[in-house]
Write a protein that binds this ligand. Structure first.
Ligand code: GDP
Ligand code: GDP
Length: 453
């Protein structure tokens, strides 16, 4: 699990600027689920060696009658699902009534809150932010979100106390993965564990129906245990002689009580499930076509480097012409995830669900397929012979050898001269060459380039 950090504050204090900076190294992928999330924006944040989930709560209207109400409506939910709150204020504008209103509210929450004075670039930070101590929320951190200043210190202050609860938030260095964890050992450990399969998708695409279909009615009742809204349920199951843990984000067990589909959907829950999974099964509604929300979720899966199988659900009751049209549309718009298998299924009737599991198994086996230096170097050499690397600054790039750096997803480390200068097109060619030669399907392959031998 990753910690959830909520950005709170009145409009214009710089929340989006900070949000973008924190999510930038991950292509600023955000999920904006209007209507569901009441203006909340979610992103996978990565800053230096820390990763976490960040939620931008949108501006809290500072207007007199509105503070409490707006807080309640827009930000309360985000604060409730957060592990830590960053309360942003504008160092240039100074303290406002709205800031005080928000502070009053935050003081009543049982959450760690950090006051963050933004925009300290070009002003005397210490004197301009002194007023904010009167908010009664302790130390006031100084940052300039637009320039990346002060963010390291802020995250250290706010996230360090959560280190024990969320060990996964610290990103291990690649060197560490290679030398300390040792890829082979990592693999053995992975292979001894059940496949963690997360079922994700926007509301109403048929996740619950599919979970029920996979498990059969009785199994669901057995796992009818309480949990909070942001936790998925982990359901152990067996299929074709393999052990699985189904990570159910749809909240099957709560179905009886929760009539509203919107309520059982939570982005934080979905993001956590993706982080925790080995293979993600993304469910899409065929009858609605591919929505922005589906693409946001897909982006999250790619960012997390997870294996992926796509299930286009509700494939029943469509006429032939429409089916052809939907298939073409999916092929065209999902071309960028050419490594993933796409299945057309009906969770309601059970059609195609068996084949789905073949792909899930294939994806997992691909993600944990053992490779070694000899094998990878041979493939790399063949790729190099078929298609020479280009000349960069008067010298031809020379790849010397490759070794396995990790699994799930497979990491291949290529050593050589000027390999970091390889153009993206050549890097893509190489990744595809590895993919075809190793017969890896359903999982992304990461290739890292290191100078020298
Ligand atoms: P939000 O409404 O809280 O999301 O605020 P935005 O992120 O949209 O920022 C509001 C304005 O403040 C924009 O014009 C930003 O360019 C500006 N801003 C954000 N961070 C900084 C900063 O660190 N320094 C300065 N000088 N301006 C900033
Ligand atoms: P969730 O919100 O993703 O868990 O979606 P549900 O499983 O609650 O399904 C939403 C609606 O779609 C329900 O009315 C289901 O009966 C319907 N549904 C689910 N799967 C299928 C399917 O394969 N075909 C059709 N026609 N309807 C389906």
């Amino acid at each position: 699990m990753l910690p959830v950090v909520a950005l709170v504050g009145r409009p214009n204090v710089g929340k989006s600027t900070l949000f973008n900076r924190l999510t930038r190294t991950r292509d600023a992928l955000v999920a904006d689920f209007p209507g569901l999330t009441r203006d909340r924006k979610y992103g996978q944040a990565k800053f230096e060696n820390l990763q976490f989930i960040v939620v931008d709560t949108g501006g809290i209207s500072g207007n007199e009658q509105g503070i409490d109400q707006a807080m309640a409506e827009q930000s309360l939910l985000a604060i409730v699902e957060a592990d830590v709150v960053l309360f942003l204020v504008d160092a240039r504008a100074g303290m406002t009534a709205a800031d005080q209103g928000i502070a009053n509210h935050l003081r009543k929450q049982d959450k760690p809150v950090y006051v963050v004075a933004n925009k300290v670039d070009g002003i005397d930070g210490d004197s301009e932010t002194a007023d904010f101590y009167a908010l009664g929320l302790g130390k006031v951190s100084q940052i300039a979100a637009a320039h990346g200043r002060g963010i390291s210190q802020l995250l250290e202050l706010a996230l360090n106390p959560l280190g024990e609860q969320f060990p996964e938030m610290v990103i291990p260095e690649v060197e560490e993965i290679k030398e300390e964890l040792d890829a082979d050992e990592q693999l053995a450990k992975l292979q001894s564990l059940p496949i963690k399969l997360a079922l994700v998708g926007k509301p109403n695409v048929g996740k619950s129906t599919l979970t029920n279909r996979i498990l059969g009615e009785e199994r669901v009742v057995v796992y009818d245990e309480p949990g909070t809204t942001r936790d998925s349920i982990f359901i152990p199951m067996e299929r074709d002689g393999r052990e699985y843990i189904l990570i159910d984000t749809a909240g099957v067990r709560r179905r009886k009580n929760v009539a509203d589909a919107v309520e059982k959907f939570s982005i934080v829950k979905t993001l956590q499930a993706i982080e925790q999974a080995n293979v993600v099964l993304l469910v899409v509604d065929a009858q609605e076509g591919l929505a922005d929300q589906d693409l946001s979720l897909l982006g999250f899966v790619l960012n997390a480097g997870r294996s992926l199988v796509v299930a286009i659900n509700k494939w029943d009751g469509l006429d032939k012409g429409l089916k052809e049209e939907i298939k073409r549309e999916m092929d065209r718009r999902l071309g960028f995830i050419d490594f993933a298998r796409i299945h057309f299924i009906s969770a309601l009737h059970g059609t195609g669900v068996g084949n789905l599991f073949e792909s899930v198994q294939e994806a997992y086996e691909s993600a944990t397929k053992r490779t070694n230096t000899a094998m990878l170097t041979r493939i790399m050499d063949m790729a190099q012979e078929d298609h020479q690397p280009p000349v960069v600054r008067g010298r031809r790039v020379k790849m010397k050898y490759a070794h396995a750096g990790g699994y799930n997803p497979p990491l291949i480390v290529v050593h050589g001269n000027q390999v970091k200068d390889l153009p993206d097109a050549y890097k893509r060619y190489l990744v595809n060459y590895f993919r075809k030669s190793l017969k890896i399907m359903g999982t992304p392959i990461k290739v890292e380039f290191r100078e020298g031998s």
